[in-house]
Design a protein around this ligand. Structure first.
Ligand code: HQG
Length: 177
């Protein structure tokens, strides 16, 4: 299902509130990132049906509804201090990361950093990684991350409800292009 332009706009507002700036809508997330659906739709000025359509039609299933609560499945800023409560999981032997080629030197020098987010986000396949990189540039480099070696070295991985792999800093030694 493809979202209309208005629905994409609503989805972006929801991401902004649920991942980055809940206070901008007068909302407080609980420790695990949840907020009552009723609170969110009141803050957004939309109906439950309008919200449900965006949650269901979202190309990446960015939002999860559980009971009467909603949260973003991944992508939170560190500053909102949300613990998704995910259990560490065994990743596939290889994961991918798409980034503007201009970041390459820096990444190969200092590793992949979470920057303003809680985690480094890794993709299960090169198509997804390419899409992620394409948000920022037309010249995308695909990094191959040796997750098997990282896991052996004690790094922890988490799989978000919508299939994004999350981890901490990825040292350059585990990255090839
Ligand atoms: C780069 C989207 C230079 C990194 C996606 C990326 C994802 C470095 C940018 C989710 C670096 C951070 C996250 C270093 C990292 N030197 N550049 N040492 N370390 N970078 O948006 O992974 O559509 O925080 O390569 O699908 O691009 O919003 O991370 O380019 O899952 O649902 O710094 O956001 O999800 O950018 O994207 P981001 P990301 P949504």
């Amino acid at each position: 299902m493809t979202l209309t332009r208005d629905q994409v706009r609503l989805s972006r507002r929801m991401s902004m509130i649920l991942r980055h700036r809940p206070e901008s809508a007068g909302i407080t997330l609980d420790a695990n990132g949840w907020v009552p659906v009723a609170t969110l739709i009141a803050a957004l000025g939309v109906t439950r049906a309008e919200l449900d359509a965006v949650v269901a039609g979202n190309d990446k299933s960015r939002f999860a509804i559980e009971g009467d609560r909603i949260r973003a499945s991944q992508g939170h800023s560190r500053r909102v201090n949300v613990d998704l409560g995910l259990a560490p999981a065994e990743p596939p032997a290889t994961l991918y990361h798409g980034t503007p080629r201009t970041n390459l030197d820096s990444i190969l020098r200092e590793g992949l950093r979470p920057r303003s987010r809680d985690h480094v986000h890794l993709s299960p396949d090169t198509e997804t990684a390419t899409r992620v990189g394409a948000r920022r540039s037309t010249d995308v480099a695909i990094l191959v991350v040796d997750t098997a070696a990282m896991a052996s070295a004690g790094h922890l991985f988490y799989r978000s409800a919508n299939g994004v792999w999350l981890t901490g800093l990825v040292p350059a030694a585990f990255i090839r292009t």
